[in-house]
Write a protein that binds this ligand. Sequence first.
Ligand code: FES
Length: 292
Amino acid sequence: MDSQALTIELDDEQFEAVLGENLLTSLLNQGANVRYGCRAGACGACRLYDASHCESILSCQTTVTSSMSLTRQVLAEFSVFSVLSNVPLNDHSIELVLLGPSDESFGDRVSVAFLCKALSKERPKTSLGERAHFYECMALNPVGAPLKIVLQKDHLSDEDWWRALALSAEDPMAVQLLAGSRKGRLLFEMDIADAPVVVIASPDNAMFEPYWRDALLDYTPSFLGHFSLFANQDLALSLADDALISFLNDALANAGGASLRLIYHGQKVSAKEWAILLRSLRIHPNQLYFVR
Ligand code: FES
């Protein structure tokens, strides 16, 4: 290799380039499969993501000055939000409040990713390289309030968990919203207004209790409590827990004959497994709602 030859990684392929060479020309000359159009910086077709510098570049307008690690991008559109507050809830979860163009509210799903600080608010819409990982979360804020989410250590890579811990006010984060979906409909669509309601959470969702409590107290005067299933490799076994059965019997008694609604916040216990417990308590399966 020439002493001035540099290495260009493009996804899984490696190419060489000479210092000072045009990046797009170099890649095309070596047979790389890259899109391009105007070759004048106008059309955007040649955009690649420079993972070393956390920025997207127009390859036709880029002079090679060092070795590069590039990816053919564009996963999804996102908006850049800024951190309003970052509050550790415990050793493995952090509550984030994010300011940005969102009308999401409790129960809506959003996906967030960490951005290099270099990607600033002056560039609110851009493409994101494949190396940024989006994490799906539930919006926890009431209608009209800034987006609130909880990040859990178990769901993040080690690197992103450290990034989460290091976040400070005004840091940027990428947020993908569910464009076109009806927002804030979770509780409405359950048809639980004014009904007696309990929430039963999987162990990893136990920390959401205060958020459920706030959301439901706004929605029904008959919120009858929250129960966290105990951690067990076989979560179905945790449905046989005496404490859960006693909690549900108390709720049924407090419901005063009205139809008790159950919200299961988790994924691992199937409807079939729930049906066995519900049948023994004379609760109809359609009184149970699943929220992942
Ligand atoms: S080819 Fe059109 S901007 Fe680069």
